[in-house]
Design a protein around this ligand. Structure first.
Ligand code: FES
Length: 80
């Protein structure tokens, strides 16, 4: 199971974490990855500087609403 955690802290919320969660949920469903990918929300991860903070295991990414598709393809779909 791949655990993907999306920051829902206030800074990330303002940068679109809700849209990112919704888009990732839709992409996971479309690609039949519901039993392989666990999406969860988490409060501030202390990495507010860039986009919305998303972690996969120990790796931390900075994702924006317009890069979420690429992020999904490269980091989730390719590796799940
Ligand atoms: S609010 Fe998301 S890392 Fe701080």
């Amino acid at each position: 199971m791949m655990k993907v955690t999306i920051c829902i802290g206030s800074s990330c919320h303002l940068k679109g974490s809700k849209q990112i969660i919704e888009k990732l949920q839709a992409l996971v469903a479309e690609n039949n990855l519901k039993d392989k990918v666990d999406l969860a929300g988490k409060f501030c991860m202390g990495n507010c500087a860039e986009g919305v903070c998303v972690s996969i295991g120990e790796q931390v990414f900075s994702v924006q609403p317009d890069t979420v598709q690429t992020f999904f393809n490269d980091e989730i779909l390719a590796k799940a």
